[in-house]
Write a protein that binds this ligand. Structure first.
Ligand code: SF4
Length: 245
């Protein structure tokens, strides 16, 4: 089932959706561009089959998100949600709006469900915990973006808990000040699995960008508003870490 899912995901959905979009764009100009073949029955049949496939993907996505204990064709839903619907939501809504946050929470949860079913056990140096800089107490003078061990464990933020996780489990823990640095860290360290903490927007985009490496996402808590003295559920991350080591 997994192989069939991947095959459909890679070949049918990606290629055919691109064809469908191109066909729709060209169709109104078929006469002026001498593309009379666009009127053919074959093409109409193709378009109907593609639309049927898209409808199928939408239905199984709703089923997977809302009801399924056992996911059906998870990669097809994943592609539809992250690569087609999310970019539309991203364009239409502000990333601070309730609708955006609700939809990205659904996506992150769905991603985590897929990853939890697929990921294996890893060695400690294959695991990267990636944290946003806003977890650090804003007036802290210690440069933890270089090395989390620079934290002096004063208790004002959760960075001290992650320092302890680093010492106890030996996994790589990095603090990124933005998406560019996060990408560089991933490219340099080449982890096999990432446990990432971030806000709705950064986490959803990060999961989408880092498609070849499994990412388990954890939303940060923002009692003081975005990007300022944020926090997160360290125990949830620690429990997940113990399951994959
Ligand atoms: S716990 Fe560490 S990182 Fe956080 S404020 Fe204290 S010294 Fe700074």
């Amino acid at each position: 089932m997994k192989n069939l899912d991947n095959l459909l995901y890679r070949i049918l959905l990606k290629t055919n959706l691109a064809l469908l979009v191109i066909t729709f764009i060209l169709y109104p100009f078929r006469r002026s561009l001498s593309l009379g073949f666009l009127d053919s029955k074959l093409l109409i049949t193709l378009m109907i089959s593609l639309l049927s496939f898209l409808l199928f993907a939408i239905i199984i996505s709703i089923y997977n998100i809302k009801f399924a204990k056992r996911l059906v064709f998870p990669n097809i839903s994943y592609y539809l949600l992250y690569h087609i619907i999310f970019p539309i939501i991203h364009k239409l809504f502000s990333s601070q709006s309730k609708g955006y946050e609700k939809f990205s929470s659904l996506l992150i949860d769905y991603n985590n469900r897929i990853q939890r079913k697929q990921i294996n056990k890893y060695k400690k140096d294959e695991v990267l915990i990636l944290l946003p800089h806003c977890l650090q107490y804003t007036d802290c003078p210690n440069k933890i973006t270089n090395d989390i061990n620079n934290c002096k464990e004063c208790g004002k933020c959760v960075i001290q808990d992650f320092k302890k996780i680093h010492q106890d489990y030996g996994v790589q823990i990095k603090v990124a000040t933005g998406g560019t640095l996060a990408r560089k860290i991933i490219s340099d360290l080449k982890p096999k699995v990432i446990l990432a903490v971030a806000c709705h927007r950064d986490l959803t985009e990060g999961i989408k960008d880092v498609e070849v490496i499994p990412v388990l996402g954890f939303l940060n808590e923002r009692p003081n508003g975005p990007c300022f003295n944020t926090s997160c559920d360290v125990n949830e991350i620690k429990n997940t870490l113990e399951k994959i080591l």
